[in-house]
Design a protein. Structure first.
Length: 198
C-alpha cells in the first residue's frame, strides 16, 4: 500500500491506475488522482481535536465552511461517535474511534480508491462490525476499497475479489465467493475452518 501511495519506491514492476503508471509520482500527485491511504498506524494528530483532524485532511480547506456540509453529515452518519466527540483531542478517543477518525480523514473528500491497512487490528468485534458497515456504505458510493487484512471474517464481509499473500508473494487470487464456499481451499491457504469464522 505504501508503494501504491508513493511512500516507498517500487523495487520492480510498475503501479498503474486507470491504465497509466503512477509509481514514479510523488505522494501528493497520487492523492490528487483520488487515492487515499489509511495506514495501520492510523495517521491521526493526537493533540488536535476531531474537528481539526478532519479540517487538515480536506485539501485547501481553511475553515469548516470550506468542507462540503452534506459530505460531513454523511461521514457523521457512518461514524456518529465523531460528531459526539467533535471537540475532543483525537488522542483521547478509544481505539475504535481513532480508526473511525482515520477513515473519515481519508474520505472527507470523495475518493476513487481507498487503501486501508489492517483496520480491525486490536479492535473489539462490535467495533469491527461497525467498520464493516461503514466500508460497505463507502463501497456503494463507487469508491473502490483495497483492504489489507488478516481478519478473514472482515475480509470476506467486504471483499469481492481476494489475493492471499505469503511472505510477500501472491499464492492465490480469485473471487472471494469461491474462497468462502471452498472449505478445502480455505484450509489449504489460510489454515481456517469455515465454520469457525462465520
Amino acid at each position: 500500500l505504501r508503494t501504491i501511495m508513493g511512500l516507498w519506491r517500487a523495487s520492480a514492476g510498475a503501479v498503474e491506475f486507470d491504465g497509466a503508471p503512477i509509481h514514479r509520482h510523488a505522494t501528493p500527485d497520487i492523492a490528487q488522482l483520488g487515492i487515499a491511504y489509511v495506514p495501520e498506524s492510523m495517521g491521526i494528530f493526537a493533540d488536535l481535536a476531531v474537528r481539526e483532524n478532519l479540517l487538515l485532511a480536506a485539501r485547501g480547506a481553511r475553515s469548516l465552511a470550506d468542507i462540503d456540509t452534506q459530505r460531513l453529515e454523511w461521514i457523521f452518519g457512518l461514524f456518529p461517535a465523531l460528531k459526539k466527540f467533535w471537540l475532543y483531542p483525537a488522542g483521547k478517543l478509544s481505539g475504535g474511534q481513532k480508526q473511525m477518525l482515520a477513515i473519515a480523514r481519508a474520505i472527507v473528500e470523495p475518493r476513487r480508491l481507498l487503501l486501508i491497512d489492517e483496520p480491525s487490528k486490536g479492535l473489539a468485534p462490535a467495533i469491527v462490525a461497525n467498520l464493516i458497515a461503514a466500508l460497505r456504505e463507502l463501497k456503494s458510493t463507487q469508491t473502490t476499497v483495497l483492504l489489507v487484512e488478516q481478519n478473514f471474517a472482515m475480509a470476506k464481509a467486504l471483499g469481492d475479489t481476494v489475493a492471499v499473500m505469503d511472505d510477500g508473494r501472491v499464492v492465490h487470487a480469485g473471487a472471494m465467493k469461491q474462497l468462502v464456499e471452498d472449505e478445502a481451499l480455505q484450509q489449504r491457504l489460510l489454515g481456517l475452518s469455515l465454520g469457525a469464522h462465520q
